[in-house]
Design a protein around this ligand. Structure first.
Ligand SMILES: [Mg+2]
Length: 377
């Protein structure tokens, strides 16, 4: 067991712009060209390194600039010179030092856990309570405005053994959604189907649209209306016989408590980038489980480093049993940033067992895609 009393002596940041292979439309916005993430590298005086990723989406959680500044300016002084074993206290102080910026805090806790795992020789899932599963079923989202391209993706997914897809709906007219659902039912019926509106429906007419979609019997339907509309979420839940999941309405445990109290959903999409840490994501999932709700392993537009953090968290969280959507590293980024490919095969993510996160980023790739660096430590 390595020495966790050693101090953190390095804090480096990369703001990356990562090219993507196609446009994607979601109810609240479009991604095209590239997505931007922040990568954090912590080093300890003994030479060990810990990595973390913040994956913001500007219309959903916040901007990359906000994540970068939160880490570079406000969180850095809380971390430098502290013992590695101070993880929980560092997280508590970071949560108070800067409001929101949940993606930055997720990156920080990921890097602290990775560093602790590297020093102690333990995988992150063990630091989070121990592994309850070796594999996590993988869902890939279909969000291409050109459905012919999504059909080509579906053929590739089928060949790769992927058996779950999530159709992004509500970014165009209702007929486009129904046409794609009919095509999926007819030509791709061996895929389990989920539907996600990403808040895309206006309140007027939402009920009739969700009823039409529910007729296709997806496993679940996610966040049809805007995040603050808890009353309408509850109304929609009562109007369909398909489980309704909250995503944008529930960031952390505080929102989960309200969602449970107001009975707005049958389940929740748990994301470390929303909750602001892996441990808070576990808390959200645990609250859902205690109230009979389902939990799903959601994500943002992430690279493989954030996928790894999410995979370790889900591996140690029995309540999250609807699979995960860590597909971007393999199916959406032109090139991922890890040294070896993010492990997903046969339609599932394989949880790494090496120390820390198990796989490191490739520093040459970080430098290649870098558009801004943090201050020198
Ligand atoms: Mg969603």
């Amino acid at each position: 067991m390595g020495n966790l009393d050693q101090h953190i002596t390095g804090f480096e940041l990369w703001h990356l712009s990562l090219p993507v292979v196609s446009a994607r439309d979601h109810g609240i916005g479009r991604v095209d060209g590239a997505c931007e993430i922040i990568v954090l590298r912590l080093s300890a005086e003994g030479g060990e390194i810990g990595w973390g990723e913040a994956s913001p989406w500007v219309v959903f959680t916040g901007s990359p600039e906000a994540s970068f500044a939160a880490l570079d300016r406000y969180i850095r002084p809380l971390v430098m010179g502290r013992p590695v074993s101070d993880r929980a206290e560092i997280m508590r102080q970071a949560s108070r030092a800067v409001a929101h910026c949940t993606e930055a805090k997720a990156a920080l806790e990921t890097a602290l856990l990775d560093l602790e795992g590297r020093i102690s020789g333990l995988p992150v899932h063990k630091l989070l309570g121990g592994k309850c599963r070796d594999e996590i079923p993988l869902s890939v989202s279909l969000a291409n405005p050109d459905f012919a391209q999504d059909r080509a993706l579906l053929d590739r997914l089928r060949a790769d053994g992927v058996r779950i897809v999530k159709l992004k709906t509500g970014f165009r007219d209702h007929a486009f959604d129904l046409m794609r659902l009919e095509a999926l039912a007819q030509d791709y019926s061996n895929f389990a189907l989920r539907v996600d509106f990403n808040q895309g429906l206006e309140p007027k007419g939402a009920l009739s649209r969700v009823r039409d979609i529910a007729a296709f019997k997806p496993d679940f339907m996610e966040q049809p209306v805007r995040a603050p509309l808890f009353g309408l979420m509850a109304e929609i839940r009562g109007a369909i016989d398909v489980p309704l999941l909250a995503d944008e309405s529930v960031f952390g445990p505080e929102d989960m408590a309200r969602a449970i109290h107001e009975e707005i959903c049958d389940g929740v999409s748990v994301k470390i980038m929303k909750s602001g840490s892996l441990t808070r994501a576990q808390e959200v999932a645990g609250m859902a489980e205690r109230h009979g709700l389902k939990a799903y392993g959601g994500d943002m537009f992430e690279a493989g480093l954030a996928h790894l953090a999410g995979a370790h968290m889900i591996a140690a969280t029995p309540a999250i049993d609807l699979g995960c959507e860590f597909y971007q590293a393999r199916y959406y980024l032109a090139e991922d940033i890890l040294e070896t490919p993010f492990p997903c095969n046969g339609g599932a993510v394989q949880v790494p067992d090496g120390p820390g996160l198990g796989i490191r980023p490739d520093v040459d790739k970080l430098n290649h895609y870098c558009i801004a660096k943090g201050r020198a430590a």
